[in-house]
Design a protein around this ligand. Structure first.
Ligand SMILES: NC(=O)c1ccc[n+]([C@@H]2O[C@H](COP(=O)([O-])OP(=O)(O)OC[C@H]3O[C@@H](n4cnc5c(N)ncnc54)[C@H](OP(=O)(O)O)[C@@H]3O)[C@@H](O)[C@H]2O)c1
Length: 317
């Protein structure tokens, strides 16, 4: 089958279109014919092997999975002997491994029925970013002042909609090109960080861009406000933005502010919740651009360059 392959860590030109054997599902796995696959920052981290500490999980010398990609939307091709709740022909979306390919493997616990009112490309934009936003923003209560930093990106475009749908007074932070998008997602106020400083006082801050000092963010919070660190960018090669997450966890017990640094996991239950919200018209993925499979390296490069309004998606076949 055709797939994007990578044999060493590095920038997007280490990705290329190649031929690899079609994977065979193990007893608890599902083989999916991929129609579309989302591009998110996790793919960039695994492609570059940065921060270096991540290689303990991604593979020490080269990516453990030769084919990149996590998000997918497609049709079940075959199922392993122990899989009872999915069958060939089912249209699904969720997270798998090696999804920048014609076929990919996934576990049933990370898949759900595809939203009926979305194309495969739109559905593939949802899983990792949508579930992350749902798990962290789900706790917003009506009337809270919520600041979403990185509101025009993958996670941010879902977080902004979910916080607004929960009745929060949302301020979105983004660059100039994404101001209209962020307003359309439900932010009552938009701060273009390239033109003005971050000001105001907030009950909750979702830091998705992940590159501002803790001290600055805490200064924008109320005395008992909640800071949720989702992004972990910048910092040194070894630990990157993880330093900041560690600092938040260590500082947390000594302040009245709540400092969280959650790690989200894609699960069927969350995908089901997102599908219900999408089918009810409460939530909509914001697909900025689609790329054919052969151009997946360009899609990842565009994500890194910050050119992604909302989500970027690779379409297959
Ligand atoms: N904790 C978890 O479980 C989890 C799960 C998924 C993702 N993540 C992390 O979340 C982060 C974002 O992922 P993503 O897929 O949403 O990436 P993304 O689509 O690139 O979104 C990041 C957004 O941040 C904006 N941004 C960059 N610098 C900024 C700054 N200085 N101030 C304000 N906004 C800025 C970018 O665009 P503009 O600058 O043009 O506005 C972009 O829209 C990554 O670090 C990723 O690893 C964490």
């Amino acid at each position: 089958m055709k797939a994007i392959v990578q044999d060493e860590y590095g920038p997007s030109h280490t990705l290329s279109l190649g031929e690899v054997p079609t994977p065979r599902p193990g007893p608890g796995q599902v083989l999916i014919r991929v129609h579309a696959a989302g591009v998110d920052y996790g793919v960039w981290h695994i492609m570059t092997g940065l921060p270096l500490v991540g290689r303990l999980g991604f593979g020490l010398r080269r990516p453990r999975n030769r084919v990149p990609g996590m998000d997918l939307a497609g049709v079940v091709e075959s199922v392993g002997a122990k899989v009872t709740d999915l069958r060939p022909g089912d249209e699904v979306y969720g997270a798998g491994t090696g999804t920048y390919a014609e076929y990919a493997l996934a576990r049933p616990g990370k898949l759900a029925r595809k939203p009926a009112n979305l194309s495969f490309a739109e559905a593939a934009a949802v899983p990792v970013s949508g579930v992350t936003a749902l798990q962290v923003v789900g706790q917003v209560t009506a009337g809270e002042r919520v600041l979403v930093i990185g509101a025009g990106g993958g996670v941010g475009s879902f977080a902004t909609q979910l916080a607004a749908a929960g009745g929060a007074d949302v301020t979105g932070v983004c660059s100039t090109a994404k101001v209209d998008l962020v307003r359309s997602l439900g932010a009552r106020t938009v701060i273009d960080y390239t033109r003005e400083p971050l000001t105001g006082t907030y009950d909750v801050i979702h830091d998705i861009a992940g590159n501002r000092p803790l001290r600055q963010l805490r200064g924008l919070l109320t005395e008992r406000g909640r800071l949720v660190l989702i992004g972990a960018e910048g910092g040194g090669r070894w630990f990157g933005g993880l330093n900041r997450m560690l600092a938040a966890r260590l500082t947390g017990p000594f302040t009245r502010q709540r400092l969280d640094a959650p790690i989200s996991l894609t699960r069927t239950a969350d995908l089901d919740t997102l599908r219900d919200l999408i089918e009810a018209g409460t939530l909509r993925p914001s697909v900025g651009r689609t790329y054919p499979l052969a151009e997946a390296p360009k899609a990842v490069a565009d994500l890194e360059a910050g050119n992604a309004p909302g989500k970027l998606v690779v379409t297959v076949g």
